[in-house]
Design a binder for this molecule. Structure first.
Ligand SMILES: [Zn+2]
Ligand SMILES: [Zn+2]
Length: 129
């Protein structure tokens, strides 16, 4: 059977699971603040924010790490952050995210993963990580 993600059945099924899980509080809402570009009217993931490395001063580095000195940045650590698309300074905007309590299921998932004979060991190791 083949379904398009947007097909009516699929949407209904997804909503059904979501409501089931949400009702059991396996899914929770949390407000997180993320860089937002007013000019592009979009939230900017790490790869859309560039700036200056606070350690070595290299410019045009992505906001998660410096390619020049190899340091990993904590969020907000990069200097002079700007939108990689348009160059304007991003603001911080709050958005609501849904989180799935994966930890509640990690025991079951781990068991399933380890005992699964159809998966390669490298795949298992990656997922276990
Ligand atoms: Zn650097
Ligand atoms: Zn922008």
């Amino acid at each position: 059977m083949f379904y398009k993600t947007s097909s009516k059945d699929n949407v209904e099924l997804a909503q059904y699971f979501f409501k089931k899980l949400y009702g059991k509080s396996c899914i929770y809402k949390q407000v997180v603040s993320q860089p937002y570009c007013e000019n592009c009217k979009k939230f900017l993931p790490d790869c859309y924010v560039k700036g200056t490395c606070p350690y070595c001063g290299a410019t045009e580095q992505y906001s998660d790490s410096c390619e020049k000195c190899g340091r990993i940045f904590q969020s907000g650590e990069i200097q002079d952050p700007h939108c990689a698309i348009c160059g304007s300074k991003p603001t911080s905007k709050q958005s609501q995210h849904y989180f799935f309590k994966l930890r509640d299921f990690s025991g079951k998932l781990e068991k399933w993963l380890v005992e699964n004979k159809n998966l390669q060991q490298e795949v298992k190791n990656y997922v276990l990580n």
